[in-house]
Ligand binder design. Structure first.
Ligand code: MEV
Length: 305
């Protein structure tokens, strides 16, 4: 049995704007999805969602991965087991992580010799098949790790402060939210296009700030980004409550991460106050996870068992 894992991510800047070619900055985090694979008589996919065969309703990402990987190798039967620390549909890139970890696990099992660039590209193709208009951000960051500027695909320095994620536990559909923003943009292009472009400008400004480790100024820009995400309609009462709880307990910054609507928010913490922020998030009804940036993208965990 071969096991690979891939990380989730948070957006410091740029969700939604990145769909229109604007810049975004994403940060891989120490929460991973593990995928184990071994050859078998039939196709079996096992996760918390159940045990299925090739099943585009219950296991769409892994089912498309198997079909896509058949372009590179002859896959008859394979047993795939998924274990994830990433909540599904929460904006932490769980679908990219399971896609990328599955591709790399099958890549090792069938000796396809795909490079990391090939894995990121194939992962993006699969996300597009399932979600429609998906940007390459999540799959690229999950493959490469670190802090990445998209679409430049530029690696920035690691973010050296604690990261607190707050989960609203409210499910949100990325496809639906991306569709809502597209509609707003086509109804009010002269209003919405500058908002998306301003979001992109924040990533451009933040590139230098990341290199300088100036988290206070990065935080000010992240808070402006939050306001603009609210303006394009991807906020929610639950997300706002957690954002204000985090800021009220001393976070450097707090904003939505991912598609919004529900899912997660992210806060940058100071060295000594991640626990306080986590408690404020929990007291407001969210689930808090304290994590940090990771340099490592998709990786081989074990070749045997
Ligand atoms: C979702 O995690 C991020 C969005 O920008 C969509 C995408 O980039 O594909 C909303």
């Amino acid at each position: 049995m071969i096991t690979c894992s891939a990380p989730g991510k948070v957006y410091l800047f740029g969700e939604h704007a990145v769909v229109y070619g604007e810049s975004a900055i994403c940060c891989a985090i120490e929460l991973r999805t593990k995928v184990s694979v071994e050859k078998s008589d039939e196709i079996i996919i096992e996760s918390v969602l159940g045990r299925t065969g090739l099943d585009h309703d219950n296991h769409p990402y892994v089912s498309y991965v198997i079909e896509k990987m058949r372009q590179f190798t002859d896959i008859q039967g394979v047993h795939i087991v998924i274990e994830s620390q990433l909540p599904v549909g929460s904006g932490l890139g769980s679908s990219a992580a399971v896609t990328v970890a599955s591709i790399q696990a099958l890549n090792h099992l069938y000796e396809c010799e795909l490079s990391l660039e090939d894995i990121a590209k194939t992962g993006h193709e699969i996300e597009r098949m399932v979600q429609g208009n998906a940007s390459p951000t999540d799959t690229y960051v999950s493959t490469m790790g670190g802090v990445v500027m998209i679409p430049q695909r530029k690696k920035l320095d690691l973010i050296n402060c604690p990261i607190v994620v707050g989960n609203t536990h409210k499910f949100s559909s990325t496809k639906e939210l991306v569709g809502n923003v597209a509609k707003l943009r086509s109804d009010f292009p002269s209003v919405v296009e500058p908002i998306l472009s301003n979001i992109g400008q924040m990533s451009i400004l933040a590139e230098r700030l990341v290199a300088e480790g100036d988290y206070e100024t990065i935080g000010k820009l992240m808070n402006i980004n939050q306001g603009l995400l609210d303006a394009i309609g991807v906020g929610s009462a639950e997300l706002s409550s957690l954002v204000y709880a985090a800021r009220g307990s001393g976070a450097i910054s707090a904003k939505i991460t991912g598609a919004g609507g529900g899912g997660c928010m992210v806060a940058l913490a100071r060295e000594n106050n991640a626990q306080d922020i986590a408690k404020a998030i929990e007291d407001t009804g969210g689930e808090a996870i304290i994590t940090k940036n990771t340099a490592e993208g998709v990786r081989l965990e074990s070749l045997h068992g």
